[in-house]
Design a protein around this ligand. Structure first.
Ligand code: CA
Length: 232
């Protein structure tokens, strides 16, 4: 397994040191933030594979950190660490977007296993998500989001967008769309399928582009379509 970058947000020095030693002993990079403010700052300005977040912190507490991270669209995997008597916090933590939790006291081996699972999952999730600019498409949930607004696409529009995203920045010809989406082996201009493509592209554009200031779906007259942040 490659080196994992871990941020430990924990004010109890002994616990933080033990976790840091544990991760380093496994060949990973681990840094410690001892306050909520510092932890939040690092989580938003640096890139980590996983955050280990103690809930009971001086200053900004763990739940506030989690809530603000998620509200800003930061999807870093978070393992929440709580005291045994704080079951409500644990539930709230999961509600607020924690990926896993551990109750203190826990063994390092247990935490390490959870972190490994999250990092693995994070990687496979990423492969099933595509994005162009602020437009995101999730192949598992079949959800499409732009500027954090969910968009309601039909199955056909979704498939069309998926093909365009797969070739983002490159031309997708009408023949490719006819083949990949409508299963047409051969394609000619000014046929019914050509009209269908025009109609579907117009509908997709209306949903993914019209309400937003930056246009992502570009038409290359006589050639095809390009999905990208800059016009081809
Ligand atoms: Ca604490």
């Amino acid at each position: 397994m490659r080196t994992v970058q871990v941020l430990i947000i924990e004010d109890e020095r002994k616990v933080a040191d033990a976790l840091q030693r544990g991760f380093r002993g496994e060949g990973h990079d681990a840094v410690v933030s001892a306050t909520g403010e510092d932890g939040f700052f690092r989580a938003t300005t640096e890139t980590f594979d996983v955050v280990v977040l103690d809930l009971n912190l001086p200053g900004r507490d763990g739940l506030q950190i989690l809530e603000t991270l998620r509200a800003r669209g930061n999807a870093v995997p978070v393992v929440v660490v709580t005291a045994r008597d704080a079951v409500d916090d644990r539930v709230r933590g999961l509600d607020l977007g924690a990926d896993d939790y551990l109750v203190k006291p826990f063994s390092f081996a247990e935490l390490s296993a959870r972190v490994r699972a999250l990092v693995r999952r994070g990687r496979s999730d990423r492969a099933l998500r595509r994005s162009v600019g602020d437009l995101e498409l999730d192949l598992v949930t079949r959800r499409v989001i732009r500027a954090r607004q969910p968009l309601a696409l039909t199955a056909r529009e979704f498939d069309l967008l998926e093909v365009l995203m797969r070739h983002a920045g490159h031309v997708v010809t009408r023949a490719m769309l006819a083949r990949d989406i409508w299963g047409e082996a051969s394609f000619q201009r000014a046929t019914p399928i050509d009209n269908v493509i025009d109609v579907q592209i117009a509908r997709l554009r209306k949903k993914i582009d019209d309400p937003f200031p930056v246009r992502l779906l570009h038409t290359l007259r006589g050639v095809g379509f390009v999905l990208g942040e800059t016009p081809p």
